[in-house]
Ligand binder design. Structure first.
Ligand code: SF4
Length: 347
């Protein structure tokens, strides 16, 4: 399958994008303030809604909160966009999030600060290859993770996010359905362990969560025996095995807020620390350790593509109103069915 493709493409892009994230950060406080003021004006002028993911730069998250936009996980982002009265949605995240917003709100214009922001799970699961994979198992229900292209979603019976995946798989298993799962193998294997469902897995992974290491985390736990370990299920299974709590970004945030613990080790993208620290000023948070320095780049828990969203390109897109997301109407219609199943699942 596509492991080689995923790793080759990702390592190159990862390096390039890390350099660009670094450049983005070389902006003075004064310039940042001027950018924020200008973005607020432009949002108002264009009657636009800003929707941001928990993994983007903390300044964009803060701005989205300030202008009554939304900061959340990918499912809530899309739902918020759908309910918004605005006809222009500005999605700060990665491309599949913009596509999902467009699929759920085809009548609205969806733009993004950059169209280069993608995801290793999306890259590693081309629609044609996934279709061939699925054709080997015609009797199985196709369930895909939200981190996929519109075309892959259109091939699926169900789309799920990590916050709802266990429940949907449990439900399908209770109906004696056999399942094809793609693209994240770690999340897939976690779902199998949790539900005992009969699943065949596509071989993809998230380059950020894949970097969390068992040995490092074990050592860190010894250093902080009183810390609770919160792990995103896109992490390798050995790392998940060390967790006190496994869950999506929203579930990690809720768990940290509701726990009596004062200390946490967190294995997910470091963008989430903005919300963790804001919501829990009296608690301590530590980043779970990653692999360290590799041959091609320094491993870290920061998504290179989420990091491409900056105040600068956010201002630019609102001035030019370009970087629009288009989804083929036929693909959109099909993908909408599998997405709507998830949205209606709990309602
Ligand atoms: S953190 Fe991983 S799963 Fe999320 S967008 Fe980046 S590469 Fe994709």
């Amino acid at each position: 399958m596509n492991d080689t493709l995923t790793n080759t493409v990702s390592t190159d892009l990862f390096k390039q994008h890390q350099e660009r994230i670094h450049k983005n950060n070389l902006v003075s406080e004064k310039e940042n303030q001027a950018l924020k003021d200008s973005i607020k004006e432009l949002l108002k002028k264009n009657n636009a809604t800003l929707i941001a993911h928990y993994y983007v730069d903390h300044q964009i998250q803060a701005l989205a909160e300030e202008v009554n936009g939304c900061v959340s996980d990918s499912l809530e982002m899309a739902k918020f966009g759908k309910l918004s009265k605005s006809n222009l949605l500005v999605v700060a995240g990665v491309k599949f999030m913009g596509e999902t917003a467009k699929i759920l709100s085809p009548e609205k214009k969806v733009i993004m600060p950059t169209l280069e922001a993608t995801c290793s799970l999306d890259i590693g699961c081309p629609a044609e290859d996934f279709k061939n994979f699925c054709s080997q198992y015609p009797d199985r229900e196709i369930v895909v993770y939200a981190n996929t292209s519109a075309k892959v979603k259109a091939l699926a019976d169900w789309v799920v996010t990590s916050s709802i995946a266990v429940e949907v798989i449990e439900y399908l298993d209770s109906l004696d359905k056999k399942i094809i799962w793609g693209p994240d193998k770690h999340l897939g294997s976690y779902l199998q362990t949790q539900t005992d469902a009969d699943m065949v897995l596509w071989d993809g992974s998230c380059i950020v969560h894949d970097e969390f290491k068992f040995d490092g985390l074990q050592k860190m736990k010894k250093l902080h025996p009183d810390a609770e370990v919160l792990v995103h299920p896109e992490s390798p299974k050995e790392v998940v095995g060390l967790a006190d709590m496994v869950g999506s970004t929203s579930q990690i945030l809720n768990s940290a807020k509701n726990s009596k613990s004062k200390k946490f080790i967190v294995a997910t993208d470091k963008g989430i620390f903005y919300q963790l620290l804001k919501n829990n000023p009296n608690k301590e948070f530590y980043e779970a350790p990653t692999a360290g320095n590799g041959a091609t780049c320094k491993s870290c828990s920061q998504c290179p593509w989420m990091g491409l969203n900056s105040l600068k390109n956010l201002e630019e897109v609102l001035k030019n109103l370009d970087n629009e997301i288009y989804v083929d109407p036929q693909v959109s219609l099909q993908a909408n069915k599998s997405l709507s199943r998830m949205i209606n699942f709990k309602s």
